[in-house]
Design a protein around this ligand. Structure first.
Ligand code: GDP
Ligand code: MG
Length: 162
């Protein structure tokens, strides 16, 4: 069986778009309306000849009461089933309280984490991405899931983490 990468992060940060980028197919559902991804959906991925499973997560309504709790609970399950985690933050927004909470779970898990600073569509977004060093998860990888910018370096880091 192949190693498992779980993709976690707040609604609308671009997890499903990034999953499609990673698998090279448009299978994960991307929506302008947040919260459409089912709980955990696995896809087969391959990078540099190494196969792995990438698990997209979602399934919560960001307007629902207790959203933070649901995200945390979902993240805990995803972390438990994963060999490594791709934690996605929207670099144009920066880290929120919910992100800080997920960071604590990630730290407690002891599992390897790759930090993706998504929506860095051009060079001027790189500065915002660099501020995510503050999360204490190591190097933030600036990526544009939409355009593919930076995805090669991120995938190399993923293979090292798996
Ligand atoms: P998820 O809820 O985290 O799975 O986020 P989605 O993948 O569904 O994306 C949410 C929205 O963000 C959609 O409108 C995407 O087109 C948009 N989006 C995702 N990645 C990027 C990116 O790299 N750049 C920009 N500008 N928009 C993005
Ligand atoms: Mg999604």
């Amino acid at each position: 069986t192949q190693p498992v990468l779980a993709v976690i992060g707040r609604p609308n940060v671009g997890k499903s778009t990034l999953v499609n980028r990673i698998i090279g197919r448009r299978e994960a559902v991307v929506e302008d309306v947040p919260g459409v991804t089912r709980d955990r959906v696995p896809y087969d991925a391959i990078w540099n000849g190494r196969a792995f499973t990438v698990v997209d997560t979602g399934g919560w309504d960001p307007d629902a009461k207790g959203m933070a709790e649901r995200i945390a609970a979902q993240a805990e399950v995803a972390i438990a089933v994963a060999d490594a985690i791709l934690f996605v933050v929207d670099a144009t927004i920066g880290a929120t309280d919910i992100d800080d909470r997920v960071v604590k779970l990630l730290r407690a898990s002891g599992k390897p984490v790759v930090l993706a600073a998504n929506k860095v569509d051009d060079q001027k977004g790189e500065l915002e991405a660099a501020s995510l060093w503050n999360l204490g998860l190591g190097e933030p990888y600036p990526v544009s899931a939409l355009h593919g910018r930076g995805s090669g370096d991120m995938l190399d880091a993923i293979l090292e983490a798996l």
